[in-house]
Structures are given as C-alpha cells and as structure tokens.
Design a protein around this ligand. Structure first.
Ligand code: ARG
Length: 719
C-alpha cells in the first residue's frame, strides 16, 4: 500500500514544480491539493477541512488577537473540548501569564493551573476569531481595471470597492471582515470571521517547561520545550460573542479536535492549520540584498542595545524581572530571527536562487514576445531598491528605534483623539470624561509594566543611535533642539524630557487626566515626539518608488504565466491557511544528522541549575527519573517531547494544531529551525522544518505534573 502511495506522490511531485511540503494553502481551494494530500496519508476530504454548511476542521481553529486590532492575529489556537477549551503555545500566552503575575504569584516561574472553571483568569482585550467563510472577490475588485489604468486611479478604485464589499459582508456586529490582496494585488479574497471577546487563562506550565531552553534554544532543533498553554472561550448564554462577564458560559464550539495519543513515526502525514503572518516568497534578489546589507543588521543592532539595557534592569530586582519579561522575550525573539535570517540568506545562497529564477523569467518573456508587458519589471524593481536604500534604512529605524523602541514613544499616541477633542470641543464634558476614563484604564495596564528608569536608558541610547545612523534628511525636528540647546548631549536632553513629561510618571499622567487641557498636551515633549515619529513613519511608509508596486505585481503575474502547470500559493498575510507534509529527519550540516523527535532524556541532558534557561522543575525531574509517564509513553517506554515535519509555517502559526491523517490532534506547532531561517523568503526543501510539541508530552504535563484531571476529562482522547 505504502509503495503505491509513494509512486503516486513521486509522479505528482514530478508533475508540479512546487513540492507538497512547501505552500500555505487557502482553505477554500484545498481541493486542488487533494490528490497529493491523499498520497501522503490524508484520510479525510477537502470538505472536512473547509465547509460553510457543516462543522469542519476550520471551526476548531481560531486566531488570537488584541481587541484594538481584531484581525491582527499574533498566534493560533485550537478548540480541544466541547466546552471551548483552547490549546496554544506558552509563548503565545506569555504576556497574559505575565500580566497575572507578581513576585508573590509568579506564574511565569511556577506555572498556573485552574482546577475548576471559577479559577480561570480573564484576559482583558484578548480575542479569538473563527473563519465563517471566504470568497474570491477578484472580479468585483478589479472590474474594468486594465494594465493601462493609471496606478493612482487603480488604487482608489480598489480601495473604494473593498470598502463596499466589506460593508456588505458585515451583517453582524460580531463579524470582522476583511478583503485582502493576494499575489501582490493580482487577486483579492474576502474573509469573514466571528470574534469572541472573553478568553480566559486556564493553565500554563512553569517556564522551566514552557520556555525550557530560552533564547539559546529558540529557533533551534533539537528542542525540549513544552511550549503550550491553555485558554477558554466564554460566550453569552445563547453562545454568542460577549464582553467579559461573570454570567458568560463556556463557548460551545461547532467542532473540537479529538486528540490522538497513538504517536507519530517518520513519513506520517501531518497537516497544520493556522494564521501565518508574513512571508516574502516572491521577493526579488534585489530585495534579498537590501535585507542582508541594510535592514537586518539595523534591526539586530537596535535590539541588541535594547536587550542589554532590559537585561541589566531585570537582573537587578525580581519586580523588574517580571515587569519586563514579556517585553524582553518578544524583543529577543525577532532579534535572533534576524540574525538567523541574514545567516540563512547567505548560507543557502538565496540571492543566487532568486537570480536563477529572474534569469528564467527574462528568457521566457523575451522568447514569448512579452517584453512590452514584462520587460520593465525587474529593472524598475532593481532601480527602486538602489534609489531608496537610505529611505528604507530610515523606515527600519523609525519602527525599531522609535515606535517600538522606548515605550514612551508609542504610549502618548493614545491621547491623540483626546487632544483633538480638547482642541475642538473643549465644552463637551461628557465626551471628554468618557475618554479620560478609558485612558485611565489603559494607563493602569501600561504603568503596571513600566519602569521609567529603564525606559529612560533605552530612550537616550536609541535616540542617539537614530541620530548617528540615519541620514539627516530623515531626522526628527526635536533632534535639532538636542543639537542646539543641549549641544548634542542626548543623555541630558533625556533627563529633562523624563523629568517633565506627563507620560513618564503614573501620578503625573493620572493628575492630567483629572484635569485635561490641550495646552498641557501640546506642550509635552513626549506627545510632540510621538507625533513627529508617527508622521515620519507615514512619510516613509511607501518605501519604494511609485513604479515599484506595478512592477512587482507584473513580475508575479509573469511568473504564474510562465509556469501554468504549477500550483501557486499566496504569501502569508494573517489569513487562515493549511499546510501539509510529513514527519521526518534532516541533515543540518556536513556529517551531522538530526532525528525527527526528542525525548525527556534530553531534558535532563540539558539541565543546568545555574542557568535560568535550563532549570528543570523538581517535579518534572522526579517524574522523568521514575519514568512515570502513564499512557503517554511511547512504545519503548520513553516519553517524546517534540517532533519535526516539513510543513510550511511562519510567525502567527504559533500554537497551530498539528493534525494527523484522521483529523486528530497530535501536536502544537511552535517554531522553525536555524538552518532555514531564510525560509520566509525562500522555502528550503531539504532542511526547512516545523517544530511541534508532541501532544503526549502536553497531556503528560497537564495530567501528571499539574494534576489537572478536570481538563483531561473534558477532552476526547483516542488511544
Ligand atoms: N521562535 C518562536 C516563534 O516565534 C518563539 C519561541 C519562544 N521561545 C523563546 N525562547 N523566546 O514562534
């Protein structure tokens, strides 16, 4: 049997130039991949994945987001019980766990488990969205638009039509709808989601399990991290989305995933469904070059500095360690990502591979007499990167050193609307007091995790770095003041700035909200700097030339025309996707072999009580030494921790369910591997892997370590 499947698979792979494992496929079009999936071991049908009329796999997968940006999914979660229990990663819930933590309740270090529903902790502002349906709206969006249509006209027509389609689709206040461009604007799809707004923390293992290996092991295989946590969706009595309320009840899902503890072996079929954030698979060689030389080193340099300052604070006091742990982890995650991406782009010769494709493209359009249509694309793209190098560097700096640099740059923007209200309707007492009440709530959350002394150091360092590294034409106005009034002394300027601003001290900010005036806001240096940063961001937002967009769109269209037999998938853009492939090992380097799973033996091998990244919780160690794994052990009596497969995922997929050929949950995806860190730009067939936590390790921790049988009993576990 296996052999026949193998032959079919080989034929299919030979027929289509995209390998089965590469690709983040749109759910409604998954039928096109069905033969391949079947050949690899998928036992269900495309309708079991996506179906508008009956419960299917998509109904068990949701995107996690913040309520102020409901379709900006930062992670994925899956429903694992009829009572709305969700499984996701530890690092996805890290900020929630941190928010509930203090020195006396340190859930980061010790873990947290609700042993009954009334112990579950509300997470203000966290949402979970399920896809209701999706449709191809390309024809309506692009009706009447041709290659001759002026770009400006094209743009305004498209945005007008998108607004209309979205408005029509929002038939319910709980729906969040979005029309997204695919293939750089060659196609458009409408996505309609239903968003639940009461999502509570149910459980998380100690960091010694959930973050075991820390930054050292992050983005690496072999891995021994139990990167999981559990949440629960609550809904109104009639199962509708509702704001947090004690009266809400556990959400009754359309579908929840059965869980298989039968285990996985090499070549087993696995599918991952989730919300990948961003990939740039169609980036040209010129774009890759800019990333390597220009933007990636800048991100790493800025984050290096920020991390060192945060580290110093965190080491100095237990309060600061908890306060900054979430900010630190997210900064470190993409700091290491960009180091790895630059390395991967070079080691995997991605520029060479892109140039090869661009060469074929050029040959193809010449041979087909398509020079008039496609001939200008690559030269335009190349020219744009060349001309806009400095601009794109400045864009990176505005994001990394300003808006996401010190906290004091972004926070004042929360007062943007209050400022216009105070300026335009100073007598509208009711509106003003409603707004200040909201701002007070925001301020409570913000200042809980804010240390002005730490932020001050980050501010002084990053402003000076921006000033020195970014060409003068992109400097902010306040920088001239630093030069003139402070003789270029950023530290001194920072002292004054922090001493006076209402945004650097909770008491001052709250006092301002008690008696808000436009005068105080406009005179505040932090408010001014925040606005300057934002306008610079807008100024640099379209980093490339006006011709670039069209050139890029045509390049991709050409690539598709050139390879009519190939199945194309659109770049990730935070919309729900499915990727399928197989469990398997790889060779990361000359003479090195990596197996496809890890076991708890490796947890003890890595243990180092003196290094906080490798501390093994005493109870875990005890269970491992006693080999007390219960029904979660593998055939050989050992307990597996993580496994790898050749699925195609990226950031945003974190927490995604790994599903076997029968539609059962077998793991939670949580990372990628070091050898393929360039994978968001070029999928590396021989070494690119998805790292997942084995569901049996997850259940072992819940059952044996946390003793949360209340949760185990909710699940549908198949042996
Ligand atoms: N690299 C993982 C991702 O982006 C996050 C892993 C979190 N662990 C950590 N040590 N920071 O999905």
């Amino acid at each position: 049997m296996k052999k026949i499947f193998f032959i079919i698979a080989v034929i299919l792979i030979g027929f289509q130039s995209t390998r089965a494992d590469e690709g983040m496929w749109l759910l409604s079009l998954i039928g096109k991949n069905y033969e391949q999936m079947k050949a690899q071991g998928f036992k269900l049908t495309p309708e079991d994945i996506y179906n508008v009329n009956k419960a299917c796999l998509k109904d068990a997968v949701c995107g996690l987001s913040n309520s102020n940006y409901p379709l900006g999914f930062f992670c994925t979660a899956e429903v694992i019980s009829k009572e709305g229990l969700l499984l996701t990663n530890h690092h996805c819930a890290y900020d929630m766990i941190q928010t509930h933590s203090s020195v006396s309740h340190d859930y980061l270090t010790d873990g947290f488990w609700a042993l009954s529903k009334d112990q579950e902790l509300p997470n203000e502002g966290i949402c979970a969205s399920f896809l209701m349906y999706m449709i191809d709206v390309t024809d309506s969006v692009l009706a009447g638009i041709t290659d001759e249509t002026k770009e400006s006209e094209r743009r305004s027509l498209i945005s007008k039509r998108i607004r209309e389609i979205e408005k029509k689709a929002k038939t319910d206040p709980d729906y969040n709808v979005s029309v997204k461009p695919l293939f750089e604007g060659n196609q458009f799809f409408l996505f309609v989601y239903i968003t639940y707004k009461d999502v509570r923390l149910v459980g998380a293992p100690p960091s010694g399990i959930g973050k075991f290996g820390g930054d050292t092991d992050n983005w690496m295989w072999p891995r021994h991290t139990g990167d999981f946590s559990m949440l629960r969706i609550y809904a109104s009595a009639d199962n509708k989305p509702a704001d947090f309320s004690k009266d809400n009840v556990p959400y009754k899902p359309k579908h929840s995933l059965p869980i298989s503890i039968k285990g996985l072996e090499k070549n087993d079929f696995v599918m991952v469904m989730g919300f990948p954030g961003t990939t740039n698979r169609y980036l040209t060689s010129y774009g890759v070059q800019t990333a390597i030389e220009n933007n990636n080193p800048a991100v790493v340099k800025i984050r290096d500095k920020k991390l060192a300052i945060m580290r110093e604070s965190m080491d100095s006091s237990p309060e600061l360690r908890i306060m900054y742990s979430s900010k630190y982890a997210s900064t470190a995650n993409y700091w290491k990502y960009f180091i790895g991406q630059t390395r991967g782009l070079k080691v995997n010769n991605v520029i060479g591979k892109k140039q090869e494709l661009e060469g074929r493209f050029t040959e193809w359009y010449k041979k087909n007499g398509q020079e008039a249509l496609y001939g200008k694309s690559l030269p335009e793209i190349s020219k744009s990167y060349e001309t806009n190098k400095q601009k794109s560097l400045a864009h990176t700096y505005v994001l990394e050193a300003l808006l996401q640099g010190p906290d004091v740059v972004m926070f004042p923007l929360q007062c943007y609307q209050l400022n216009s209200l105070l300026a335009n309707s100073p007598n509208d007492k009711e509106a003003i007091s409603a707004m200040t009440a909201d701002l007070k709530k925001e301020a409570e959350k913000y200042f809980k995790d804010y240390d002005a002394a730490t932020d001050k150091k980050i501010f002084a360092a990053l402003m000076e770095m921006y000033y020195k590294d970014v060409p003068a034409e992109y400097h902010l106005d306040f920088m001239a003041v630093v030069q003139k009034k402070y003789k270029g002394d950023f530290a001194k300027y920072t002292e004054d700035f922090f001493k006076k601003s209402i945004f650097t001290d909770k008491a001052r900010f709250m006092a301002f909200l008690d008696k808000p005036t436009a005068k105080v806001l406009t005179a505040d240096a932090a408010f001014e700097l925040a606005q300057q940063s934002l306008s610079m961001y807008y100024k640099l937002q379209n980093t490339q030339s006006p011709e670039y967009e069209k050139a890029n769109r045509l390049f991709i269209r050409g690539l598709m025309e050139m390879q009519p037999e190939k199945l194309f998938y659109p770049d990730a853009n935070s919309t729900i996707r499915c990727t399928y492939g197989q469990v398997g090992d790889y060779k990361p380097a000359d003479a090195v072999y990596y197996n496809y799973f890890t076991t708890v033996k490796g947890v003890l091998e890595k243990e180092d009580p003196k290094n906080d990244e490798f501390v093994v919780p005493a109870k875990l160690k005890d269970l491992i030494l006693k080999k007390d794994f219960g029904r979660y052990a593998d055939k050989d009596g050992n307990l597996r921790v993580c496994f790898i497969s050749n699925n195609d995922i990226t950031g945003g997929n974190s927490g995604s369910p790994v599903i076997n050929g029968n539609g059962e949950l077998v793991g939670a995806a949580f990372d990628g591997n070091w050898e393929a860190m360039s994978g968001d730009i070029f999928f590396e067939n021989s070494v690119q892997k998805t790292i997942s936590c084995d569901i049996r390790y997850i259940l072992f921790v819940v059952d044996k370590l946390a003793n949360a049988q209340n949760l185990i009993n909710e699940m549908n576990i198949v042996q």
